[in-house]
Ligand binder design. Structure first.
Ligand code: XUL
Ligand code: CO
Length: 435
């Protein structure tokens, strides 16, 4: 115990009637929902960067948090790891996620940075053994350091591409060693600030090459996890190439990677791209590239990625509906890529943020499961497409009818389709019974 959370004991499930703010009201890890425990369904993870590395700054002011592990020595990094694992245990989350830059101070050279990362991985390995908390995914921070300001894989300087590749290798090694379930690539600088200085076709090919190198290396080291790309349309770059799920799917197809790489979808990124979160999840499941989610929420007035803890049950429920309909998570999970507001400076605020988020997801999951179990919603939507089961419809879909044959049939049978209601209000009311 390092005392950061004082005398706090593990957060327990007390049920919806409790007034204890440091208890779960809906998240009961062992409760069975659709044949699995809530913990197995939701696969919660804490994001190391927001809770332990971020200092509370904004564009108009610096750090507001006082944390005993802020500093650039390895001793600070070790204390940070102690507190992080203490919080994972207090919350009872099964997973965590990290970037290299969150867990170790930058070295003076590539070799020193990797040495420091490996040292922290030794510590994580022991803590994983002691606590049973596992790694959902690892990733490299290829966006904060000035060397990456014009991109990592998409940089005009091939030495930056090489440095980024070497950094990814080191992070994949560590993720593999720690039994990570996935490896994530988020390209905050893979895009441009101005098209005036950018050759887009070259940058696409560079990014395509980097992703192929990553996949080759995954097989080389025998990493069994999933490689995930995380779409985001902009911020920090003016335009990012992994704009949204549909754009990423097209990119993966172009570079022959649609069966190798899946997506990690974040709520706030979906909103920035002009979509709903469930739209992005449904697009990914439709293309069979759904992997994992970064769960948070944006302030819908602000227009940037505010990374707030989720508290919107209907939004979460619709996303889990699409995830459950697709068979649930395999290697993926629910990572809280969410940070405190900069005035929330107390240790307990970290607990409140995560407790509320876990309860919101539990309510959303249970609502989605109830909707599926009750069945009338799915029956309605399936019935809407029911005529496609007919013989002629199946033949058209399978490519067994030409345009002329279809035209002949329409003429011969005097086909004259009548409009049918889409019943949106009926469906909205039906969903509201569950959320
Ligand atoms: C940034 C973001 C990242 C990725 C990992 O918006 O979401 O934290 O999740 O690099
Ligand atoms: Co994210």
């Amino acid at each position: 115990m390092n005392g950061f959370f004082g005398e706090q004991t593990p957060i327990r499930f007390e049920g919806p009637q409790t007034t204890n703010p440091l208890a779960f009201r809906y998240y009961d890890a062992e409760e069975i929902v659709l044949g699995k425990t809530m913990s197995e369904h939701l696969r919660f993870a804490v994001a190391y960067w927001h809770s332990f590395a971020w200092e509370g700054g904004d564009p108009f002011g610096g750090s507001t948090f006082e944390r005993p592990w802020f500093g650039d020595t390895m001793a600070h990094a070790e204390l940070k790891a102690d507190v992080a694992f203490e919080m994972f245990a207090l919350l009872g989350v099964p997973y965590f996620c990290f970037h290299d830059a969150d867990v170790r101070p930058e070295g003076e050279s590539y070799s020193q940075s990797v040495k420091r990362l490996n040292h922290m991985a030794d510590i994580f390995e022991k803590k994983i053994q002691q606590t049973g908390v596992k790694l959902l995914w690892g990733t490299a921070n290829l966006f904060s350091h000035a060397r990456f300001m014009a991109g990592a894989a998409t940089n005009p300087d091939p030495d930056v591409f090489a440095y980024a590749a070497a950094t990814i290798k080191a992070n994949m090694d560590v993720t593999h060693r720690l039994g990570g379930q996935n490896y994530v690539l988020w390209g905050g600088r893979e895009g441009y600030e101005t098209l005036l200085n950018t050759r887009m076709e070259r940058e696409f090919d560079q990014l395509g090459r980097m992703l192929n190198l990553v996949v080759d290396y995954k097989y080389k080291i025998g990493f069994k996890g999933t490689i995930l790309l995380e779409p985001k349309p902009q911020e920090p770059s003016k335009h990012q190439y992994d704009f949204d799920v549909a754009t990423v799917f097209g990119f993966l197809k172009k570079y022959g990677l649609e069966n190798e790489i899946k997506v990690n979808i974040e709520v706030g990124h979906a909103i920035l791209a002009g979509h709903t979160f469930e739209h992005e999840v449904a697009t990914a499941t439709a293309h069979d590239i759904f992997g994992s989610i970064d769960m948070n929420r944006n302030d819908y007035q602000s227009g940037w990625d505010t990374d707030q803890f989720p508290n919107n049950v209907p939004e979460v429920a619709l996303a889990y509906y699409h995830i459950l309909r697709n068979g649930g998570f395999t290697t993926g999970g629910t990572n809280f890529d969410a940070k405190l507001r900069r005035q929330s400076i107390d240790p307990a605020d970290l607990l409140h943020g995560h407790i509320g988020a876990m309860d919101t997801c539990a309510r959303g999951l249970k609502a989605a499961a109830a909707l599926i179990e009750e069945g009338s919603y799915d029956r309605f939507v399936d019935a809407r497409y029911g005529d496609w089961e007919g013989e002629e419809a199946q033949a058209m879909l399978a490519g067994k009818r030409s345009l002329e044959q279809i035209a002949q049939r329409v003429e011969k049978h005097k086909i004259n389709p009548q409009p049918r209601s889409g019943a949106q209000e009926y469906l909205e009311n039906m969903i509201n019974r569950f959320v």
